[in-house]
Design a protein around this ligand. Sequence first.
Ligand code: SAM
Ligand code: CA
Length: 220
Amino acid sequence: MSRKTLNLTESLYDYVLSVSSREPQILQQLREKTASLERAEMQISPEQGQFMAWLIQLMGAAKTLEIGVFTGYSALSVALALPEDGKIIACDVNEEWTAIGQKYWEKAGIADKIDLHLAPALTTLDHLIASGESGSFDFAFIDADKTNYLHYYERTLQLIRPGGVIMVDNVLWGGSVINPDKQDDDTIAIRQFNEHLHQDDRITLSLLPIADGLTLAIRR
Ligand code: SAM
Ligand code: CA
């Protein structure tokens, strides 16, 4: 027994998956396709996708935002859990990666739930705010370029409703956050981001040490 989070060994991680993974076949196919790409490590893990779907169901979320799509695994996980009239406004700049996602979204029959905006995410978020969409989103997932995390967070906080949830990926950055030798822009940005949220009383905060570190914030 432990009062601290367990250090997951490879075999304990395998066990977790063996008794809990319910990855739909279409997500498994997309994961296998993505594994052949050079940047495959950018994809979220299947248990994280399953957790996101679980949270969407728990919240009864319908209108959602995704910042950082890549080949569409997290978007597909969320879309499969959304109601018929559910929506994801999905932001990315890369046509090639998102085209892979779109193919699998079509195959899964949920492509009409995802509006892909191929533009810098800040432009899309500013446009949503200017069009009067503030306070209208139930859920948002931030998983794009780390140096913009604080900007994404501030805009997203405006766009989601009170009681809505912001999920932020990679907040432990492979452990670099506590390594004083790591002073690159991404690591510095993530440290600043984590410290900022810790002090921010506009949200109810939880940092889950799963995958690469996952922050959950409820807008108060
Ligand atoms: N959530 C994805 C998944 O489940 O596989 C992984 C996202 S990946 C870590 C980050 C993505 O952010 C990349 O696809 C990249 O093209 C995108 N990105 C980088 N800079 C961006 C920007 N300024 N605006 C929008 N997207 C950006
Ligand atoms: Ca990520």
